[in-house]
Design a protein around this ligand. Structure first.
Ligand code: SF4
Length: 296
């Protein structure tokens, strides 16, 4: 049996998923093939029509996979179970375990932002999370099973707490006290949600690593508005300045997208000038993507 968990963050991701599904079926034509994940949620029929695919499960159904497997006999046509993700309120917290001492703890799912280039909210639904008590208990369980470093992950982790009337700052304060975990790392966090108090807390914490991944996406305010991002470049510069003032050796990773519809050479040069003056001087890692965007 194959269980193929797909991504749909760009058109290239979709293409790679199709290629991988075909490769798996070619390698083992008698295998029972389950395709799930974001691409399966967004384009279930496209996948179900692929010869050899038996089961297509949406983003929520993925967590109940055993309920859909049946007798594992190959089907004449792909069977689809992909419910309405936008009204889904369920959240399935989880963490990775293997032969590593580093664990990924999922603290949040979904996103309410609807940036113009992004399909993720349509694939993962509204922002939701388990409460802090449950999340901390999960971190303690991971620690008892050998996790020494925990990476906090989610779709929009800074938005943690929206569904439980809590917030991300409260979460990291509680996690900091978990016995057995030596290091925490915050994964990608939106610049408007990486507040000064979070930066100050990380700077004072012995457990939270001086490691920030902050998606800039563009250094032009006009393009940020086209993208429907919730900050301007001045706010971004302030965040970087704040980190550098408290943690001069912090790692700062930054994503940039170029080629968004409506972006002119003037905007591009504005963004380039901002990146050259701000990012090159202060950040350790810059990922530039020319994204054939999905939703625009
Ligand atoms: S915040 Fe991130 S996940 Fe949410 S819509 Fe924007 S790019 Fe997509």
């Amino acid at each position: 049996m194959y269980v193929i968990n797909t991504c749909s963050v760009t058109e290239i991701a979709d293409k790679k998923c199709r290629q991988f599904i075909k490769k798996a079926i070619k390698q083992n034509p008698n295998a029972f093939v389950v395709v799930t994940g974001c691409y399966a949620q967004l384009k279930p029929l496209t996948i179900a029509e692929m010869e050899g695919v038996d089961l297509v499960l949406g983003s929520n159904e993925k967590f109940k996979i055993a309920d859909y497997l049946g007798d594992l006999q190959k089907k004449a046509a792909g069977e689809v179970h992909a419910g309405k993700i936008m009204t889904n309120k369920e959240f399935f917290p989880s963490y990775s375990m293997g032969d590593r001492t580093r664990t990924f703890l999922k603290v949040q799912d979904g996103c309410d932002y609807f940036c113009s280039y992004c399909t993720i909210p349509l694939a993962r639904g509204k922002s939701r999370n388990a409460d802090i008590k449950t999340t901390v208990a999960l971190a303690e369980k991971a620690a008892s099973e050998g996790a020494r470093e925990i990476i906090l992950t989610g779709v929009n982790i800074g938005d943690f707490g929206k569904s439980t009337n809590e917030n991300f700052f409260q979460l990291i304060q509680q996690l900091d006290a978990v016995d057995g975990v030596e290091r925490f790392r915050i994964s990608s966090i939106e610049p408007n949600l990486l507040t000064d108090e979070i930066i100050e807390f990380v700077a004072a914490s012995k457990k939270f690593m001086p490691h920030f991944h902050i998606p800039l996406q563009s250094g032009s305010n006009k393009v940020l508005a086209l993208m429907k991002r919730k900050y301007n470049r001045e706010l971004f510069a302030h965040r970087v300045e704040k980190i550098k003032s408290l943690l001069p050796h912090a790692f700062i990773g930054v994503d940039v997208i170029v080629g968004v519809r409506g972006e002119t050479s003037v905007h591009f040069n504005e963004a380039l000038e901002f990146i050259q003056s701000w990012i090159y001087r202060n950040c350790m890692f810059l990922l530039i993507q020319n994204v054939p965007t999905q939703r625009l």
